[in-house]
Design a protein around this ligand. Structure first.
Ligand SMILES: [Zn+2]
Length: 322
């Protein structure tokens, strides 16, 4: 094209653009806010294993009432951390692709805890996976925010998966006699566990974990009872790298890292829950092990350091896959 003609065309184009700006003043600033959340997944590598933390959403918890600490003390600590009660609390699950198996740790709440949770399957799909691809599901414990996502309308969400959980949790939460004798405000926990796990039991797809040790190459179970009778931690290990998925050993980072003796109303056995927390935290701090918690702010992955009589939480550095 002739250079002069090019220049003329360019000038005309610029004039047209300028005209459109004049015609719609302020258009650039008028884009409506999108107001949808970012897809709730993250991705890290642990050795050769791809680990995808997946958010089930968040739920507001009245932690000042739930923690066994003076409510005003809890509220003051939260305020110091730019937080407030009720505390918007993450509910995280973790998908581990070992190369030979796709293993899910916990499943979120499904419909059990209202509309701010139950986002797991959408986020799983956003992360590039489908429920039918999951081979095995290891449940840290049978509270509704960890098992509710196993079912939808009474049907198994993960039709090809074997579900595993600590035997003591199965014996406790799936027992009809325990449901019958539970106080009215505790019955829902038993009903939630039964609704989530029984379809897998009936399909021959539930296998309780009876002892510590390897469940599939690279992932092993470690009993950390206390929060519930069969609460289990899962240790993921590949090429010398380790990630410890510690479920509900901690609920409120702002309070319980600093003072790990503070327990929570959800603990079945507070003394044992504290002892399990201390054992896993001490070991993680000593060895510099990467850990993840179901209720630590998403993606809930980081390191624990010893500090004074307690610990300090150091969230993992952001990484993109490359
Ligand atoms: Zn929980």
């Amino acid at each position: 094209m002739h250079q002069l003609m090019q220049r003329t065309l360019l000038a005309a184009a610029l004039a047209a653009l300028a005209g459109s700006f004049v015609a719609a003043p302020g258009a650039l600033a008028a884009a409506p806010a999108v107001k949808t959340p970012a897809p709730g997944f993250y991705r890290i590598m642990v050795g050769d294993f791809e680990v995808t933390p997946i958010s089930d959403g968040t739920v507001d918890l009245p932690v000042d009432q739930l923690l066994h600490e003076k409510p005003e003390t809890t509220r003051a600590i939260l305020e110091k951390n730019f937080l407030k009660a009720p505390l918007e609390t993450s509910d995280n699950a973790y998908l581990v692709n070992t190369g030979s198996k796709l293993v899910l740790i916990d499943s979120g709440a499904g419909v059990l805890f209202g509309p701010t949770l139950g986002k797991f399957v959408n986020n799983l799909r956003a992360a590039g996976y489908r429920p039918e691809q999951v081979d095995e599901i290891y449940i840290t414990h049978m509270h509704g925010d960890h098992v509710g996502g196993l079912v939808s309308n009474g049907q198994r969400v993960f039709p090809n998966a074997i579900v595993r959980a600590g035997k003591a949790d199965a014996d406790f939460w799936l027992n009809k006699a325990n449901l019958d004798k539970a106080p009215a405000d505790k019955k829902g926990s038993f009903q939630g566990a039964m609704a989530a796990i029984n379809p897998y039991v009936q399909a021959g797809k539930f296998k309780p974990i009876e002892s510590n040790g390897e469940l599939t190459p690279g992932i092993s179970a470690l009993a950390t009872h206390g929060h519930t009778p069969g609460h289990t931690t899962y240790v993921v290990e590949s090429r010398g790298q380790k990630l410890v998925l510690m479920g509900d050993l901690i609920h409120v980072a702002a309070v319980q890292f600093d003072n790990p003796t503070v327990t929570i109303g959800f603990d079945s056995d507070e003394k044992a829950a504290y002892a399990s927390r201390k054992k896993v935290f001490d070991e993680a701090a000593r060895n510099g092990t990467l850990v993840a918690g179901a209720h630590l702010q998403f993606p809930g992955v980081g390191h624990i350091a010893s500090q004074g009589k307690g610990y300090k939480w150091i969230p993992v550095n952001y990484t993109q896959m490359r």
